[in-house]
Design a protein around this ligand. Sequence first.
Ligand code: DGY
Length: 324
Amino acid sequence: MKPRVLLTHPLLPEAMDYLASQVDLELATEEMILPRKELLARIADKQGLLCFLTDTIDREVMDRAPNLKIISNCAVGVNNIDLKYAWSRGLLVTNTPDVLTEATADLTLGLILATTRRLVEADRFCREGRFRGWKIDLFLGLELSGKTLGLIGFGRIGRAVARRARAFNLRIIYHDPKRLEASLEKELGVEFRSLDDLLREADIISIHASLTPESHHLISAERLKLMKNTAVLVNVARGPIVDEKALVEALKTGQLWGAGLDVYENEPAIEPELLSLDNVVLLPHIGSATRETRRKMCFMAVENLLRGLRGERPANLVEPADKA
Ligand code: DGY
């Protein structure tokens, strides 16, 4: 008998077809959000769960599924899963690292450029038929060359952003709970700073950290005040790392020059005032959204799931950070 698997939302068709050929597959919904009631009802008789960052997989969900063996998350971030509880229940949890690094780093640079050079505002201006000719002060933005980029989180994506940033002649400083060896810092051309020093010094601040209890509201109202009023904040990691209400205040009062956001504190809800501000570029969490990357993510999530169901060790197991 094939193992029973719940897929919370569709994968790309080729990956979903392959998965359906391997397991007894139930697709929970075609919608973007799966009502919790549905999730709780459908998980009960499953051995495998393939889910996404929009699904909260907590104790209650896991307890509903006595035969569950593996939770395969089709994302690199696993903040939607209670890892500790999964681990205590002997459940395997997997994610999709590496394959989305380059796409997410590309989008980060896109957001940096869109924000500093006011690309979205300028596009709107053209579409509204307001372009009447070249003008010396039309859409003046900020120049990147010679400025300082501060990376918060210096893992795979942070480093891929740093590689790209060098081509824009940006100086790079970083903050990460784990400081690199001095020789590696030298090789990568980056300098370590405390978080507060980074915020004081950087012209562009880009977040590439995981969401954990420690990083929740890491960028608080107080920390926003440390930034230069010519600074730009970019977040492609997880929304709750930034206090979104405080960010709105900082953008409204000119305490911060601009922001580029791909993620939100209460996703998919966006703080309503952000929608009316011109100095912020808003994207619908598309950091990894290239055809190539999303395909790789789908197949990686499927492969992790199938391995776990066969009793093999999946390639991308995630363990809780403070596992003994
Ligand atoms: C992830 O994988 O965690 C991204 O946020 C979505 O690709």
